[in-house]
Design a binder for this molecule. Structure first.
Ligand code: ATP
Ligand code: MG
Length: 557
């Protein structure tokens, strides 16, 4: 934890602890609305809430803000749990639902009515909007505002009993129609919605609004620090009003800036469109910034946690460079991912002076960053594959890899020299004829002669066939969500390239789904969670090796 920079929220908690506020207790919650899959923005909130709780020996609840019956689904509830767990956090059984509090919330509403602090309004939604006023003009009071307590109680009970149609009445908090803060202009706290709820079924036909529900849920759960994103800053006076008027335990709401990432969108509403309009294959498409998407892409959970630590929390909105996230992914994988050899676009090489039908095993290092990961054996034989673009028939000056007459090193194996180029009837190169120098076994020449390139390769008869999916950014502009126009127009039409007939070293033949590795010289890859099977290998490229962030960081220094 020492390397993590401090932030204003941690400072607040430290001060609260010093003065023994909340008896030194720290209780946070992560409160998703189950109306979509979690994305990297949620990861920031998860790391913050669970992270601070862990750091201060406190607790963090998982709470579903399920007040909107129409949009919520069980599928989302389950996916959220899986994602939080995968990110490495544990709510230790403290799984709560705002819908569990419906009865309590109703009782509190009755209490507000009894105390003259809430009233049933029978204006239409349209009229309520007109009465609200604007930022520069005060609102107008509704003619229903001064209904008697008895009439309000009667109407509210009948709302609950299902006597009225949707929109006929709402319950509003009686605060101040002239307030400079629009959220305090008698906000609606209950509305009629004759829709079944995924947990309470047909039990209710009135549903509490988010602002009213959230603060009471926090209070009932004894939350000490209620962390939310900046757009709720203007809602804080309402949060405080409700709890003060009800005279119940009062947590503190603290706002922080939401995560924005370049070249992507982080909003469930937008992500849903990508899925339903078929721009991606699903919520877990490896190009999606959802937790399931980046997981399938091969991002380790630890890299996402590191990223969230590095970006920190601030009070001002900003956009974080996607390259920083990828940098954290590379840093993690560099330490943890075994190196292997795989050829994406194979070109056959025949070693003419290597005996027919024979093969041998050569030693390869699994991870130069971690000796403990050991070594493995890689088979070598007369027929190999190398990468097509590691050969040029007429190489320009700066091309140091294989060319006619030139000698290069095959990683962990031998020096080879290209002797001949074989073509098919269309003039396409189909095969290279080479010779090897048996004296260079392991990759060094005893006479000290040097070569300018080391290529990766795979032995043809031993190779495992695979499909490899290469991904690029899903959007080709830096802030696809900002500005005018539809963000869909900024989709990068070349964001997926599928290569079939790739050749991998045999150690990958039984790669488990989600296992990660570095294909030497090519990048980090991950066996696809859904599609990779023993009889059909499918790998996703997680990130290429080149790290633009390292350059950016250097320049900044
Ligand atoms: P979206 O805008 O994607 O619909 P949301 O805020 O409506 O997100 P919720 O399910 O209500 O989604 O969010 C759960 C928690 O995650 C909230 O506390 C919210 O503030 C936080 N959160 C959502 N998006 C981000 C983000 N981009 N950065 C940080 N926290 C976020
Ligand atoms: Mg929301």
């Amino acid at each position: 934890m020492a390397s993590v920079p401090s932030n204003f929220i941690r400072n607040i908690i430290q001060r609260d602890q010093k003065y023994y506020k909340h008896f030194g207790r720290v209780a946070t919650r992560f409160p998703p609305e189950p109306n979509g899959y979690l994305h990297l923005g949620h990861a920031k909130s998860i790391c913050l809430n669970f992270g601070l709780a862990a750091e201060f020996g406190g607790t963090c609840n998982l709470r579903y803000d399920d007040t909107n019956p129409a949009r919520e689904e069980l599928e989302y509830v389950e996916s959220i749990k899986a994602d939080v767990r995968w990110l490495g956090f544990d709510w230790e059984g403290r799984e709560y639902y705002a819908s569990d509090y419906f009865e309590q919330l109703y009782d509190f509403a009755v209490q507000l009515i009894q105390e003259g602090k809430a009233y049933v309004d029978s204006l239409s939604a349209e009229e309520i909007r007109e009465h609200r006023g604007t930022l520069t003009e005060p609102g107008k009071e509704s003619p229903c505002r001064n209904r008697s307590v008895e009439e309000n109680l009667d109407l509210f009970r009948r709302m609950r009993d299902g006597e009225f149609e949707d929109g006929a009445h709402v319950l509003r908090a009686k605060i101040d129609m002239a307030s400079g803060n629009m959220n305090l202009r008698d906000p609606t706290i209950y509305r009629i919605r004759k829709v079944a709820h995924h947990r309470t079924g047909d039990q209710w036909c009135i549903y509490p609004m988010y602002d009213y529900t959230h603060c009471i849920s926090d209070s009932l759960e004894g939350i000490t620090h209620s962390l939310c994103t900046l757009e709720f800053e203007d809602h804080r006076p309402l949060y405080d009003w409700v709890l003060d008027e009800l005279a119940v335990y009062h947590p503190r709401q603290i706002e922080f800036a939401r995560l924005n990432l370049s070249f992507t969108v982080l909003s469930k509403r937008k992500l849903i469109r990508l899925v339903t309009e078929g721009h991606v294959s699903g919520w877990d498409d490896p190009r999606m910034p959802t937790i399931q998407g980046v997981r399938r892409r091969g991002y380790p959970a630890g890299a996402i946690r590191t990223f969230c630590d590095r970006i920190g929390v601030a009070k001002r909105d900003s956009v974080v460079d996607f390259a920083l996230l990828e940098h954290c992914v590379r840093e993690d994988l560099n330490r943890t991912a075994p190196r292997v050899m795989g050829v994406l676009r194979p070109l056959k090489v025949v070693i003419e002076n290597y005996p027919q039908g024979e093969s041998e095993e050569l030693e390869a290092i699994n991870n130069p960053e971690d000796e403990g990961m050991g070594i493995r054996k890689v088979p070598f034989s007369r027929e190999l594959y190398i990468e097509q673009d590691d050969f040029m028939e007429n190489p320009p000056k700066k091309f140091f890899r294989l060319a006619p007459g030139r000698e290069v090193r095959l990683r962990y194996a031998y020096f080879i020299t290209c002797r001949d180029v074989i073509r098919d009837e269309n003039g396409e190169i189909t095969e290279l004829r080479c010779t090897y120098d048996p004296e260079t076994r392991g990759g060094d020449a005893p006479d000290g002669r040097k070569v300018k390139a080391t290529l990766h390769w795979v032995s043809a008869p031993h190779a495992a066939d695979a499909e490899v999916r290469l991904y690029d950014r899903l959007f080709n502009t830096e802030s696809p969500g900002a500005g005018k126009g539809d963000f869909i127009e900024h989709i990068n039409s070349d964001s997926l390239e599928v290569l079939t007939g790739c050749k991998l070293e045999p150690s990958l033949a039984d790669a488990a789904p989600e296992s990660r590795c570095q294909f030497e010289r090519l990048g980090y890859f991950c066996a696809d969670l859904r599609d990779c099977r023993p009889d059909r290998l499918v790998f996703n490229r997680t990130v290429p090796l080149r790290d633009p962030w390292a350059k950016i960081a250097k320049k900044k220094k």
